[in-house]
Design a protein around this ligand. Structure first.
Ligand code: NAD
Ligand code: ZN
Ligand code: ZN
Length: 347
């Protein structure tokens, strides 16, 4: 079968021919119907050889941590899924036994690192292939009649902002403001989740008018160019008070500085992007009682909720399709900043 693999540090990923896997006991083989292109893959492929190895990534690495498909074959002992079922893959695999996993929060599994459990596409072979192995049927959520290509990115570009936003909902009643920094794959879904679940007005920040046009298209109430004047513009929009929640989907030094600067008293500042930024915190450097969070991906139950939100027509992903053979050019477009919404690979 064909697969998109990162084979050499510093080189572009390539389409290669690999053996079609077969499911071991307890595993499920799915025929991939769509796989999303995430900026985190770009991050992984930007690591130096030393960091890549230190962070435990293998070579070759079959990319793709957003995946949906149809169940093709069941390993021994697998129950409750059937051949032919349309499924979405829950990516942040955990041990399934620890206190976090027991709550469905496998994204915060305490044993995954020690036991070498890695998400598909970020260690285990991912979804950018004709077939993929899912290690356990609990990592599958029914897709039902949701279109695979239009919805595959909800498994990360939907789930991650959903998890980030859900915790801040008590602070986002009517009359409040939420700021979304970076309106790409995650950000443009985040705006819709905020509009669907909160009473907040959404202020979107990005670096170009084209990106901000998408933000407006998906429901942002205000848009601001993300530069050194952005914090002042947000202060003005919020009547000087600041935003009650800030979601930074970039996580670079300048965006984190903006995020902290626009936070209102008791705001949540949530850094989702892994842009390598840091920010100094101390008394006087952020509004009183503001809280800073650094979440990762989301829980199993939250993936079910995000798919339900899509079924209700409350969120949708702006997608650009590529074939598996064309997958390397999807990554080039992502790096060039020319993807509108999410690039999706259709094997
Ligand atoms: P993307 O490339 O689709 O979107 C990024 C957006 O940020 C683009 O619209 C870009 O124009 C914009 N941007 C760049 N610099 C900016 C700046 N200075 N100010 C404002 N906007 C700016 O990326 P994505 O796939 O949506 O991922 C976003 C980030 O989230 C990445 O860093 C990714 O690695 C990270 N991520 C984190 C998690 C997590 O669990 N924490 C999960 C998935 C992705
Ligand atoms: Zn991702
Ligand atoms: Zn666990």
């Amino acid at each position: 079968m064909k697969a998109l693999q990162y084979t050499q540090v510093g080189q572009h990923p390539v389409v290669v021919e690999v053996e079609k896997p077969s499911p071991g006991p307890g595993q499920v083989l799915i025929r991939v119907t769509a796989a999303g292109v995430c900026h985190s893959d770009e991050y992984v492929m930007s690591l130096s050889e030393e960091d890549y190895t230190a962070q435990g990534y293998p070579l070759p690495l079959t990319l793709g941590h957003e995946g949906v498909g149809v169940v093709e074959e069941l390993g021994e002992g697998v129950e409750h899924v059937s051949v032919g079922d349309a499924v979405a893959v829950y990516g942040p695999w955990g041990c399934g036994r620890c206190h976090q996993c027991a709550q469905g929060k496998e994204n915060y599994c305490v044993n995954a690192a020690a036991e070498g459990i890695k998400p598909p596409g970020l260690g285990a072979p991912g979804s950018m292939a004709e077939y993929m192995i899912v290690d356990d049927p609990r990592h599958l959520v029914p897709l039902g009649d949701l279109d695979p290509v239009e919805n595959v990115s909800l498994t990360d570009a939907g789930l991650t902002p959903y998890h980030a936003i859900k915790a801040s909902l008590p602070k986002l009643g009517a009359g409040t403001f939420a700021v979304v920094i970076g309106t790409g794959g995650l950000g443009h879904v985040g705006i819709q989740i905020l509009k669907a679940l909160s009473g907040a007005q959404v202020i979107a920040l990005d670096v170009s008018d084209e990106k901000l046009e998408l933000a407006t298209h998906v429901g942002a109430d205000h848009v601001v160019i993300s530069d050194e004047h952005a914090a002042e513009a947000v202060r003005t929009i919020t009547g000087g008070v600041g935003a009650n929640a800030v979601f930074d989907f970039v996580g670079a030094r300048p965006t984190m500085a903006t995020a902290v600067a626009v936070a209102a008293t008791e705001a949540d500042v949530t850094i989702v992007g892994i842009g390598g930024g840091t920010v100094e915190l101390g008394f006087g450097s952020i509004a009183y009682d503001a809280a800073v969070r650094v979440p990762y991906w989301g829980s199993r139950s939250e993936l079910i909720e995000v798919l339900d939100l899509a079924r209700a027509g409350r969120v949708s992903v702006e997608t650009q399709r590529y074939s598996l053979d064309d997958a390397p050019s999807a990554y080039e477009a992502l790096a060039a900043g020319t993807v509108r919404g999410r690039a999706v690979i259709v094997p």
